[in-house]
Design a protein. Sequence first.
Length: 240
Amino acid sequence: MRRIVLGGLLVLVGCGEVKDPGGVDAMVPNVDAAADIRLPVVTITDKPAAETELTATNFVFSADEPATFHCRLDAGTLLPCTSPQAFSALAIGAHTFEVQAQDPAGNIGTAMHAWTVVAPCTPSTIEAESITSHPNWVVATGSVLHNGMALQANANNVSFQVTFTGKGLTIFNEKGPNFGTVTVAVDTGTPVAVAVLDSSGFTFQNPTVVASGLPNIAHTATVTCTQTNCQVDYFTANCQ
């Protein structure tokens, strides 16, 4: 008996002995049985994006032949399901969805999708003078400040850190006579210069975007002044 696969079918073939008209023995093949061993092809046609803020989602799926389905979310148990399959109240973090299709012959095909639910991004404003950990920086006041206060360096080449959650960060600061360069480095990124020495009158510095396109998680920005008198007014953490 031989086992031959033809077009997804397992065919069991044997040989029987017959006599030809001349009386000569001959061996001819006989098909004894056939079994379907082809796995269903499962396709997920509707699914969440790889990263989303949505905590509820639907999956739409199908197989390329008649089949029954079982589904599971993350490390859950495979349970009977139909398309569409809905989930709600999903936790922040990584998730996986698995669907299995079983055809009448018992063959099982599988499809999976992985995605991450991220915390919603909410823009926020951070006042520089509210940052308590700032050695060599003091609270300053001035008429051009948007709320009357800023954080001012009282030494050269001093830094402070600000933490924020968002996808981007913009700094608002002051410039004036003998004001040094302010740089901001987000996480381990390259410092971005946001103000230069200015011999003109004391003016409000245009806002400078120092980071964008970040993951919506907690970040740390290091603000450095090259020369005494740098003034930092406030920051905006945004969703861009």
